[in-house]
Structures are given as structure tokens and as C-alpha cells.
Design a protein around this ligand. Structure first.
Ligand SMILES: NC(=O)c1ccc[n+]([C@@H]2O[C@H](COP(=O)([O-])OP(=O)(O)OC[C@H]3O[C@@H](n4cnc5c(N)ncnc54)[C@H](OP(=O)(O)O)[C@@H]3O)[C@@H](O)[C@H]2O)c1
Length: 304
């Protein structure tokens, strides 16, 4: 059993949508955190520039030298279209990298958290309350397939690691236009009228709340697979309605569509509702949506 301290840590992919939120939350919580990526943000306390797709063992050497107490892996090829275009790169970042991390962190005694996705499921047969951790993964895309390979490879190397399957994330992207809400608002700002599906179900979650949950799990001994779900099952269109309303835009800024209206390759999973009850039982808070809190608002960030 690992002895878990939480003083200093690494966030791989600290320049990304989730990684940035996690680095900021960790800093706010008084933790020493290094943001690791090819483009670590200058504002982060201890930026480490590393290409995780490099064949050399620079990652291993730097980890051995710094030996953080914990590491959260948010680095990935996370856009489904990019994965279809570059399946070999997707395999290296989404499957081979987690395996490598599992091995190094096990050897060095570093607490490891890794992120996976609801897209490991095909979306055809969720239970009424959503997919549970034991349900059979049947990914439809290169993204989902490589993420599933990463889960299996990591757990084989490091059974102490925690793998958190996340749903669709939205929330403040600090002006980068990333995530479900800012990408939608950026498209509208460019003059588009995005078509959103009324027959595609997700359990979307605010990125800040995902970061908060991860911070709580760093010093825990939770391991294996865990589903973190947003508070409500929504269609993509219903999510869009809430996002545009919270941003003060007209509901006519978006258009309702059905999956069959828009041919998609690979096919888009229909219902990726996650059952997050196991995760919830271990958290000190219940995730909420900002539009349910009158004192809060979704901050719309357009692409800089
Ligand atoms: N966003 C969602 O809705 C969502 C939903 C479910 C699961 N997830 C999972 O959550 C995790 C984070 O997703 P995200 O949306 O935050 O992704 P993201 O915004 O695309 O960020 C990906 C991160 O990976 C880093 N990265 C990529 N290639 C790299 C390389 N060769 N070397 C070093 N760093 C590299 C990027 O940094 P640089 O480009 O600066 O190198 C970036 O910081 C992923 O595992 C994803 O599968 C996300």
C-alpha cells in the first residue's frame, strides 16, 4: 500500500482544459504543483516543459529527479477528430503513455491519478441510472478505443492507481475556447448557429468541479475505475440551451437536430449517462451546475 502525501505534485497536460483548472485549484489549496506539457502556462508556479511523445526517457529521468508525491495525468489526444486523423499518435498518448506512467509511478511510489472518458462505452445500453464501473466497455471511436487500452495497460502496471472516467466537461476555459460551453459560445460569436442533438444524452460536469473532486482523491487510497458524473442527465441540446441562457444569449442562437440528421464518422454514442454514485459517496460535496446557483454564472470565453 502506498503512503500518500499530497504536498507536491505534477499535472501532466497542465496547459489543457482540465489540467489548467486542476493546477489553479491545487495552487489555491496551497499545494506545490508543476504544470507539465509542451506549453506549460507561465503563470504556473513550476512549469516543466516536456514532450510526452518523445521516444527518449526524459519523462522517466525528470520524474526520478523531482520525485513528486503525486501525479495526475491530464495529457492526452483528447479530441475525437484528431484521434481519427492520427490513430498512431492517439495510441502513443492515450494508451502507451498511461502504461509508462503506471510503471514509473509504481516504481517510485508516486500516487497516480489518470483520466479516462465516458466514450469507452458505445452508448447503446446504459442502465436506467447510467453506466457503472463494471459495465462492458465497447468504444466506437479511435479516441474511445485508445483510452480503454490506456485504462487496461495502466491498471496492469499499477493496481494502486485511480482512473477517473469523466463525462463531457464544460466551464471556463480561460479564453481558450475549449470545453463544451466555451467552444459553443465561440462558435456563436463567429456567427455560426450550432446544431445540437436532442437524442444524444450525457451527464455533463463543470470543469472546476472535476478539478475539485480530483484534488480530494489525490490523498485518498481509492484505486481502480471510478465514474465521475455531472448532477443531471441532459441532451446536448438541453445543455446548449442552459449555456446560451446563462450567457444571456437568445435560445435561437442554437438549432435542434437529431443524430440521423448529421452523418458522423465514427458514429457518436447515443447515451453516455454515467452513474457517479460510487464517486459521490467518497466526496465532501455534490457536483452542481452553475445555472442552478443564482449567485454563479457561466463565464463565456471566446477564442483569443
Ligand atoms: N474535455 C472533456 O470534455 C473530457 C471529457 C472526458 C474525458 N476527458 C479526459 O480528460 C483529460 C483532459 O482532457 P482535456 O479536455 O483537458 O484535454 P486538452 O485540453 O486537449 O489537453 C490535453 C493536454 O495534453 C497535453 N499534451 C498533448 N500532447 C502532448 C505531448 N506530446 N507532450 C506533452 N503534453 C502533451 C497538452 O499540452 P501541450 O499541447 O501544451 O503540450 C494539453 O495540456 C483527457 O484524458 C481526456 O481524455 C476530457
Amino acid at each position: 500500500m502506498q503512503r500518500i502525501r499530497s504536498q507536491s505534485g505534477w499535472v501532466l497536460g497542465g496547459s489543457g482544459f482540465l489540467g489548467r483548472a486542476l493546477v489553479e485549484s491545487a495552487q489555491d489549496a496551497g499545494l506545490r504543483v508543476s504544470s507539465v506539457s509542451r506549453h506549460p502556462q507561465r503563470s504556473s508556479a513550476n512549469p516543466i516543459r516536456l514532450d510526452l511523445d518523445s521516444p527518449q526517457d526524459e519523462l522517466e529521468r525528470t520524474l526520478e529527479a523531482e520525485c513528486p508525491d503525486w501525479l495526475v495525468n491530464c495529457a492526452a489526444l483528447a479530441a475525437a477528430a484528431d484521434c481519427e486523423r492520427e490513430p498512431e499518435l492517439a495510441k502513443r498518448l492515450n494508451a502507451a503513455l498511461p502504461a509508462r506512467l503506471g510503471q514509473i509511478c509504481q516504481a517510485l511510489g508516486i500516487r497516480l491519478l489518470h483520466l479516462s472518458t465516458d466514450n469507452v462505452f458505445d452508448g447503446e445500453t446504459p442502465r436506467p441510472t447510467g453506466y457503472i464501473e463494471e459495465d462492458t466497455a465497447r468504444p466506437l471511436s479511435v479516441y474511445g478505443t485508445t483510452k480503454r487500452e490506456g485504462e487496461l495497460a495502466l491498471l496492469a502496471q499499477n493496481p494502486d492507481a485511480l482512473i477517473v472516467r469523466l463525462p463531457l466537461l464544460y466551464g471556463d476555459s480561460r479564453g481558450t475556447g475549449a470545453g463544451a460551453s466555451d467552444s459553443l459560445l465561440a462558435a456563436i460569436a463567429r456567427g455560426a448557429r450550432p446544431r445540437l442533438f436532442t437524442d444524444e444524452f450525457r451527464t455533463p460536469l463543470d470543469v472546476q468541479q472535476a478539478a475539485r473532486a480530483l484534488l480530494e482523491w489525490i490523498p485518498s487510497s481509492l484505486n481502480g475505475l471510478l465514474h465521475l458524473a455531472g448532477p443531471q442527465r441532459l441532451t446536448r441540446f438541453e445543455l446548449g440551451e442552459r449555456i446560451v441562457a446563462a450567457a444571456g444569449l437568445a435560445l435561437t442562437s442554437i438549432e435542434a437536430a437529431r443524430q440521423t440528421d448529421v452523418p458522423c464518422v465514427p458514429p457518436r454514442p447515443r447515451d453516455l449517462t454515467l452513474d457517479g454514485s460510487r464517486a459521490l459517496a467518497s466526496l465532501s460535496f455534490c457536483p452542481t451546475n452553475p445555472w442552478d446557483d443564482p449567485g454563479n454564472s457561466l463565464q463565456g470565453g471566446s477564442t483569443p
